[in-house]
Design a protein around this ligand. Structure first.
Ligand code: SF4
Ligand code: SF4
Length: 438
């Protein structure tokens, strides 16, 4: 059996050895829960990666099981041995990606390196999708079942949110108190097309709390490439973003997308070996913070709107809860909003099955995992009266919206910062404000 070069996995050897095979992680793993297969569990995948490193298994035998991992890091939170599963997984994916020359991988690399960083192209794509939805064409296509001939496309189309009217945020714009601490707001790629009003809500909440919010020149952060093992693309994206963002000398670098935030928190580590930018990468990651975590650092400014009257439940995005360890802050902030009643969501930290582009690549398994999440959400809605679910990640917002529509639940999906922003508007403003939902 030939030995596959695995330079990145080799560096994780000590982390691999930390697993004591206790199996405590198994109940926390959504793919194990859905399949009942040891090979789809954290313990099983760690075993497979160890055998791969030892040359006892070929990549072809291991890769499908790693591909079916959500990279949700749920196993890390419960592991008594503090196994850094996520690092091991992403290092192995990077090694395996480098020997994968398939058409599908080349296509994904093209999207990660050429499409997502091209914001102008994304804006035009967003305009086209909005026209498709608002002209009645979407209704016609769905009504006639035209997409049934291409099930993969039908699935992708079914995940589309209602594309909002986009108010552009251009580099150099500043908002709020110019004497306050400077916050660089990262607006991302797809987030700015699908959920652009959430950025305006972020600005509104930060400005109300005395921050000076500045929009740096920027493009895609490379999170989806990182997730897929195309970390070389992520490093290139990171260098560009770090240089442009630090040029405005922010005290904080704020993000409202959990998945993007967790990758950018890793920039320091990803670029530690590149002496041309390592100190800046470390500074960037140090200053990077989720918007809810930043607002939780100080007492909130007084609210203006006392008329919300909303029962809200909170779904914790994996990359916020398990990776960035932002756990209690969003709920603590929401609990302070007048008129908001927080309703518990059982297993709120369990993955919803979105996981980057996992729901596009593995629709069946993703759907099974979503079913489990929907059972808990149905209880929060029907038994406890929640009319809104909030979550701090665009992928989760899309996935939950899909589940809610499929099950005809009377709920809306919002970003938690949108609830805060609404509470900072006067009631007259509030009735006309965008809500970032379908
Ligand atoms: S990853 Fe952690 S919890 Fe899972 S089997 Fe290994 S030591 Fe136990
Ligand atoms: S990252 Fe998530 S899906 Fe992957 S092994 Fe861990 S718990 Fe399971």
């Amino acid at each position: 059996m030939s030995q596959t070069p695995l330079p990145h996995l080799q560096l994780e050897l000590d982390k691999l050895k930390a697993c004591i095979h206790c199996g405590i992680c198994l109940p926390a793993c959504p793919t194990y829960q859905a399949t009942g297969s040891e090979a789809e569990s954290p313990r099983g995948r760690l075993y497979l990666m160890k055998k791969l490193l030892e040359g006892q298994l070929e990549p072809e035998a291991v890769k499908p099981h790693l591909d079916q991992c959500l990279a949700c890091h749920g196993c890390e939170t419960v592991c008594p041995s503090a196994v850094q599963y996520g690092n091991i997984l992403l290092s192995t994916r990077e090694d395996l990606a480098q020997r994968d020359h398939s058409l599908s991988r080349r296509l994904k690399r093209f999207v990660f390196s050429r499409v997502l960083p091209n914001h102008r192209l994304l804006v035009w794509g967003g305009r086209f999708l909005r026209l498709y939805q608002r002209s009645g064409l979407q209704m016609l296509v769905r009504g006639l079942g035209l997409l049934k001939i291409a099930p993969a496309l039908a699935h992708q189309e079914s995940l589309l949110p209602e594309i909002p009217a986009r108010r552009a945020l251009t580099p150099g714009m500043g908002f709020g108190n110019s004497a306050g601490e400077t916050v660089a707001l990262l607006t991302g790629c797809v987030m700015d097309i699908f959920y652009n009003p959430v950025h305006w809500d972020t600005i509104e909440a930060l400005a109300a709390n005395g921050y000076w919010v500045v929009i740096p020149e920027q493009s895609c952060c490379g999170a989806l490439a990182h997730h897929a093992g195309d970390t070389d693309i992520t490093r290139e994206r990171a260098k560009d973003l770090i240089t442009k963002t630090l040029s405005i000398h922010p005290q904080w670098i704020v993000v409202n997308s959990a998945g993007c935030g967790s990758t950018m928190k890793d920039y320091g580590k990803l670029l530690a070996g590149d002496s041309s930018i390592a100190p800046q990468a470390a500074e960037f990651s140090e200053k990077l913070i989720d918007v809810m975590a930043l607002l939780a650092k100080k007492p909130l400014a007084p609210f203006k709107n006392y008329g919300l009257h909303e029962k809200i439940t909170y779904h914790a995005a994996c990359h916020l809860y398990h990776v960035q360890k932002v756990k209690q802050e969003p709920m603590d902030l929401l609990a302070q909003v007048p008129g908001v009643e927080l309703v518990p969501l059982t297993q709120m930290e369990a993955c919803c099955g979105s996981a980057g582009i996992f729901n596009l690549e593995h629709p069946e398994l993703s759907g099974e995992i979503l079913q489990e999440k929907m059972a808990h959400l149905t209880t929060a809605c029907q038994a406890n009266g929640a009319s809104t679910v909030v979550t701090g990640n665009p992928g989760c917002m899309l996935q939950l919206q899909k589940g809610i529509e499929t099950q005809h639940l009377p709920m809306q999906v919002r970003h938690p910062i949108s609830v805060l922003a609404e509470a900072y508007r006067s009631p007259q403003q509030s009735s006309t404000s965008p809500k970032g939902k379908r």
